[in-house]
Ligand binder design. Structure first.
Ligand SMILES: NC(=O)c1ccc[n+]([C@@H]2O[C@H](COP(=O)([O-])OP(=O)(O)OC[C@H]3O[C@@H](n4cnc5c(N)ncnc54)[C@H](O)[C@@H]3O)[C@@H](O)[C@H]2O)c1
Length: 349
């Protein structure tokens, strides 16, 4: 390996060793030749001991201050509970580090603006981990939207349903918990990303039903995008039945996702094949019939989700943090997600 390539190995610190860090970030960093796990920060002593047994003991710290006193990472991965993100991101910038932060970036749009301002002031890089942009499902939807078989798209509905009596920190408002901050940060980002347009208005309802905490576990948000598309998001953690996760509708047809078969079913027509129908005159429906009686020349198409694959997010990190590529998740798109979350909360009140 030449020294110039070696210099591009990113010395990375991970803050928080919980679910997302332990099962995703840490294994990704350890297995990637261009990332080095330089440090971990975790307040729980037993987790620190576990990490010390697995990694270099000198690389495990109980606080960020102790870590920065010993080393300056190139990249800080913030995977602590959301209420710590603002302070830890700002501190990383001050220490001269770039930041890869787990979603949601912060607890509010105001905090996000503070971070964006600091990012520019310190000349640092920032990207948020939004894994639902890189799933096979997301790639399949991008394909369906791009081929144009459904005509002009007017609705994209995403529904997530399960039953979960949540009891961890994410069940409580004081911790920045609740399904709007949690899954909402994923799926609002995903819908805005797929639709490639900012939002114009939002109607939202929040309910607290099955959770053992006080934060919402049911979110219904109808987001009208600037390009006119309705983005309809249902997050329901108090649901006895599963629901179809995707429904995409356009002027010439629709697509639904069969999650059992992992297939997209498209039903659509070619507008050139529709019969010519003249609007009726007068106020008496002809022949006392409903509808025009025409037969729509429906076509069907099945698209297998397995024809699309997940994209490796850490490769996207490398391109941005180590190379000269633009961020895969630009910070203004993260700001738009935070603006939407704020607006959902305001509207629901
Ligand atoms: N992108 C994703 O798919 C995804 C998935 C899960 C969680 N998340 C996000 O990641 C963050 C962490 O969530 P989680 O589910 O892993 O939480 P968790 O409860 O599993 O783990 C949090 C860890 O952070 C530690 N911690 C507490 N205070 C800390 C501090 N001040 N500094 C450093 N570490 C601290 C805790 O001891 C614990 O080990 C949240 O913001 C959450 O929204 C993202």
């Amino acid at each position: 390996m030449t020294s110039s390539i070696k210099a591009q190995v990113l010395k990375t610190a991970v803050l928080g060793l919980g679910r997302i860090a332990w099962y995703f970030h840490v294994p990704q960093i350890i297995s990637h030749p261009r990332f080095e796990l330089a440090a971990v920060v975790e307040p729980l002593p037993e987790r620190l001991r576990e990490a010390a047994e697995k990694f270099r003991p000198g690389a495990c710290f109980a606080t960020c201050e102790e870590m920065y006193a010993k080393l300056k990472p190139d990249l800080v991965v913030v995977a602590s509970p959301t209420s710590f993100h603002r302070q830890q991101v700002l501190q990383a910038f001050e220490m001269g580090c770039d930041v890869f932060c787990d979603k949601p970036l912060t607890l509010s749009l105001g905090e996000t603006d503070e971070i964006v301002e600091a990012m520019h002031r310190y000349g640092r890089k920032l990207m948020v981990y939004q894994p639902h942009r890189v799933t096979a499902e997301a790639s399949a939807i991008k394909h369906i939207l791009s081929v144009g078989l459904l005509g002009k798209i007017y609705l994209i509905r995403h529904s997530v349903a399960s039953f979960n009596r949540r009891s961890d920190w994410q069940a409580f408002r004081k911790n920045g918990g609740g399904m709007l901050n949690n899954y909402g940060a994923h799926f609002i980002d995903q819908l805005l990303y797929l639709n490639q347009s900012k939002f114009r208005k939002i109607c939202c309802e929040l309910r607290t039903v099955a959770t053992l905490g006080d934060a919402e576990d049911v979110v219904k948000a109808v987001i009208t995008a600037e390009n006119g598309v309705i983005l309809d998001l249902d997050i329901n953690m108090a649901a006895a039945h599963e629901v179809s996760p995707w429904y995409i509708a356009g002027s010439c047809g629709s697509a639904v996702f069969d999650s059992e078969r992992q297939e997209w079913n498209l039903r659509y027509f070619d507008p050139a094949e529709l019969a010519r129908i003249n609007p009726q005159e007068g106020l008496a429906a002809a022949n006392r019939t409903y509808g025009s009686g025409e037969t729509i020349p429906w076509k069907t198409k099945v698209i297998a989700n397995k024809d699309f694959s997940d994209i490796d997010f850490y490769e996207k990190c490398l391109e941005y943090f180590s190379g000269g590529c633009p961020p895969f998740v630009p910070v203004d798109e993260t700001r738009e997600v935070m603006r939407a979350i704020d607006e959902c909360r305001r509207n629901a009140e």
